[in-house]
Design a protein around this ligand. Structure first.
Ligand SMILES: Nc1nc2c(c(=O)[nH]1)N[C@H]1C(S)=C(S)[C@@H](COP(=O)(O)O)O[C@H]1N2
Ligand SMILES: [Mo]
Length: 308
């Protein structure tokens, strides 16, 4: 990644040290602005800086069913996944359809660092120092028409490279390609990120290289990986997990400790990287994953129990 300031961060210890220094200087996460690098805490209800999950956990404990359903599969089976050259098209209800290549995705937009909580619907969580740009930058370039009510995202379909797409068993029964969707208001929200890196480096394949969505107030499955197509639509897209199990997964998927999954509680979460395999700590799950101050207004008047 060319214009990246985090290039000089060589290891995780240095990364944490630098953050400690900034804290000591009284610089809070959300107010610190360096050229092209924004440390956005954005935690809403919690003023303290978020401590990133160790890198080895973020790149070694993954959900990416195209590469297998166990948490270690993606790191193993995505090793030689080709992410450059890449093509991302933006089409549908836009005045200016686009096709972007790998260089566009890494150079055309203002890249920042955003440290976000990440909460999977399976009740585990991490804190990830993403690199990326606001999705609204890309959408503004495409210039949505008045008919653009929703944004539909699609992952690459390439069974040759993605073993999970060849086989119902290893692919978790999903009908590929993986699809996700947001309302246009959610997509334009400044917290909604297109991530191209983490921990100061380009994304690895298991985390959704070369470009993936990050919507920090929603369950992790909304944050679709390795995107090749973005389509502005008038109708609400049918997302992969809702299609597979509509009684368990909805369109909105906002993190909500008060609405349990039919098979488990969503009131608390296991903190990945907080101990050994059997000793990790738990913490209470926050409404909208801690981003309620920023995003609750998007859902005024919406029944969040019915629209899970
Ligand atoms: N294409 C695609 N995107 C995906 C998934 C997937 O299986 N395929 N899994 C989702 C789920 S359930 C989660 S929790 C996050 C995991 O992201 P991470 O592995 O980078 O932590 O990716 C999401 N995006
Ligand atoms: Mo997830």
């Amino acid at each position: 990644m060319k214009k990246l300031l985090e290039n000089d961060v060589t290891d995780e210890r240095v990364f944490h040290q630098r953050r400690k220094i900034l804290t000591a200087l009284g610089i809070s996460g959300s107010s610190l602005l360096l050229p092209n690098v924004v440390y956005a805490d954005n935690s809403g209800t919690q003023a303290t800086l978020l401590k990133p999950t160790p890198e080895e956990n973020i790149i070694g404990y993954n959900n990416f069913y195209e590469f297998g359903v166990s948490k270690q599969d993606p790191q193993h089976y995505a090793k030689s996944f080709k992410t450059n050259p890449w093509k991302l098209t933006v089409d549908g209800a836009v005045n200016n359809p686009l096709t972007l290549d790998w260089d566009d995705l890494h150079q055309r937009f203002t890249t920042e660092e955003r440290i976000y909580r990440f909460r999977c619907v399976e009740a585990w969580s991490m804190v990830v120092p993403w690199l990326g740009f606001e999705l609204n930058q890309l959408l503004k370039l495409a210039d949505p028409t008045a008919n653009a009510k929703y944004v539909r995202f699609e992952t690459l379909y390439d069974p040759q490279q993605m073993p999970g797409q060849r086989d119902r068993y290893t692919g978790g029964g999903i009908d590929y390609p993986y699809v996700e969707g947001l309302t246009i208001q959610e997509a334009m929200h400044p917290l909604t990120l297109m991530a191209t890196g983490l921990y100061g480096k380009d994304l690895l394949p298991q985390n959704g290289a070369p470009i993936r969505l990050v919507v920090p107030w929603k369950y992790g499955f909304k944050s679709i990986k390795s995107i090749v197509k973005i389509t502005l639509t008038e109708q609400q897209p049918l997302n992969t997990w809702q299609r597979l199990a509509p009684n368990e997964y909805g369109f909105y998927a906002n993190v909500n400790p008060e609405v349990d999954h039919p098979r488990w509680s969503q009131a608390s979460e296991r903190i990945i990287g907080s101990g050994g395999l059997f000793s990790s700590k738990r913490q209470a799950t926050l409404p909208f994953n801690g981003y309620a101050d920023e995003v609750a207004w998007l859902y005024q008047g919406l029944d969040l129990k019915a629209n899970f």
